[in-house]
Structures are given as structure tokens and as C-alpha cells.
Design a protein around this ligand. Sequence first.
Ligand code: SF4
Length: 263
Amino acid sequence: MNYQNYEKMDLQGSVLRIQKSSIFDGDGLRTVVFLKGCPLRCQWCSTPESHHKSIQTTIDGSITYGCIMTVEEVMVEVRKDIPFYFHSGGGMTVSGGEILTQSEFAYHLVRRACWEGIDTCIETSFYGDWNKIEPILRCTNTAFVDLKLMDPENHKKYTGVPNDIILSNIRKAGSKRSSMKLIIRRPLIPGVNDSKKDLELLGNFLAELPGVDHLQLLPYHRLGTDTYRKLGLTYQLPDIETPSKEHMEQCACITNKYVRTII
Ligand code: SF4
């Protein structure tokens, strides 16, 4: 295959890291391309090194986060694992940060992988223009979309941005069934977004959307807090424990009345 003539192969993006053989970011074994840049500031975020699009170093200068790569350079890494995709049903996942911060780069990654017959998956908050999301979805097999809070004030308080754009984009993507699998994810943060009221609102909202395959609840964890210290930042959430299996099941019981829920 002549990769050299492919459109936009030289387009550059800011890549945090490329992780091989992930089993948590879509079907099978995945190569996950983490992009830098995110307009949200979720107080529980475990990857503060992904917030800025620019390359960053720790305050002691010992670690550098991110590098500039072209679409082709990323694809060289992705192609190395094609045999594993074939045997496991895996492929490439583009994640963040927030991939819409570099929507053109994200689009050309999924478009190119699609063109090469590699399964494509994205992880996004949908905080961006629909005009930029829609072309990406056309080249995507599975989309994981985070919906962190239904209550608008709490969404703004805990993530730094309003949720009206996110809700509107989820409505557009989920309004009808399509060949793309749409999975909504909620990271469950005890005391922040695990109230019966917010989970009922979430279930009600998703029940209206036939294009949503299922809801996935993810337990809060405290990974990444050390990175805040290394970057000279303060982790904003007080001590919160990872929710127990029983609590996860209770929350799933609430949303399962409206939408198939997986924990
Ligand atoms: S959207 Fe993701 S990367 Fe961005 S701040 Fe929230 S948890 Fe962190």
C-alpha cells in the first residue's frame, strides 16, 4: 500500500502518549493514542498532563509530557499491532485529553485507520462543535462519550464548563440507530455525581435515545494525584474513597430501569 500519497499524512498533532495492548478502551486489544489538550477541568481528572496542548515538563524538569507527531508517524505505531487486532477484534482508539481540541488531527487519524481497515474507537466528552464531531463519527466504529453530570450548575462547578453543548451533541448522535456503537460513560464520583436524582435524570435522558447502545458506570479512582504534585498543581477533590462494588450495583440498579447499564 502506498501510504506516502495519502492526504494529510503530514498533519501534525500534539500526542501525550501511545499505549499498546489496552483492554479498557474498546473491543479486543487496542492501541490507544492519547491526544493533548482539554477545555474541561474535571476535579477528579487523573491526567492533568493532558490538559494543555503544549508539551510540558515537570517542575524539576525530569519528565516531559507529550510530543509532536504526524498522522503518518502515529499510524506507523498503530500498524505494528495489526496482527493483535486481527486475533482479538481490536484496533485503534483515539482518546484525550479531549480529542475535539485537535479535531482535524483526530479526524485524519480515524479516517486513515478506517481507510486501512483498522477498527476505530474514540473517547470524548463531546464538548465541541457538532460540525467537527460529525465527520469523526462517520469514520468511527465505537464512540465512548462521557456524561459526567446532568445538573447544569454542578456540571459547571465540577468540570469548569456547562453541559448544554454536551447534551445537545449526545442527542444528535443518539437520535437514531446507526452502525456506530454509541456508549455513554459516567465516572462515578461519590458525593459528586452518584445521587439518585442525577442518576434518574441520566437514565431518563438516555432512555429517549435509540442510538445509545448502553451506559457504562466507572468507579472513581485516585490515580494521577502524584502527577499534580510533579506539575506543581493542586488536586482539588478532598479525600474520596473508590466506590464499593455494592454501591456501583445500587447505582446501576437506578439507571438500568431506563437504559442497559454495565459496571
Ligand atoms: S474531560 Fe477527561 S481529560 Fe479533560 S479534565 Fe475531564 S477527566 Fe480530565
